[in-house]
Design a protein around this ligand. Sequence first.
Ligand code: CA
Length: 326
Amino acid sequence: MTRLILLVLFSTFALQGQAETHPGEDAFIDKAVSEHGLDAEAVRALLGGAEFKQSIADAIARPAEGKPWYDYRPIFITDQRINEGVAFWRENEALINQVADKFGVDPQFIVAIIGVETFYGRITGNYRVLDSLATLSFHYPSDRTRDRSAFFSSELMNYLLLGPEEELPLDEVTGSYAGAMGMGQFMPSSYRAYAVDFDGDGRRDLWRSNPDAIASVANYLAEHGWEPEGPIARRTRAGEGADFSLLTAGYKPELTVMDLHEKGYRSAADIDPGRKAALVSLEQEDRDEYWMVFHNFYVITRYNRSKMYAMAVYQLSEALREGMGA
Ligand SMILES: [Ca+2]
């Protein structure tokens, strides 16, 4: 009898000790142990301190990319963002030029991405990354058409691996509601793969080190195939009988400018007709704009897979270049 009570007490106790804080946590911990050799109790303790945040679940349901272009563009192309960008570029000009040379990425795009992402490092996000990634891994809103919890679960795993690599306090680091970190808003997997220690102190610090943060953005673009001084996009016009099915073909340049011309789109005088291009439309209030976009536009969409994001970066970069008198 005593033995039975003890057994019951013991198993209740054991269950309590192992209880999941988040649905699916046990399977995640099994994977962390079997695939990455992480310590089960340490992972459970960390996840036990991760809080579900309704504000994060709400934010993922209404990204800026859900807006039409005519509402999206004014968020990013503003006098303030241009003026602060020119000031940031001037303050860091020698460093930016050094990075641009080393990685073969035109400086205006490095500055523009940091401008679109975080207002030049001024707004890097106040969510605890642990809460963001746990919320989106274990509590992804079920009413969304696309369940991206597997993506965020993979990012959470990368976050656990990033901690010891960069000596980051995983229960304190802050970022965006989606778990993106630092001046260039790197997700954990990108941080691990593409961040660069450019000031040579042995750590990759994307918050406090301008050399590390700026070089990391350039390295990301370079590793995704940036073509130095390559064109980004040119406005085009759809002529009589233009083939609109080309607009759904994605942003990877597959046809030549000449092909597109033959399918009804005006080509730009300064672009080689043999250059590969894709066609995108952007929604204005009264009409659609058509653009021929090139390889570097596609590279920018590797940073954020939105044609509006890439176009905002391009247009901001042009305004910054003009602001620098370049
Ligand atoms: Ca460093």
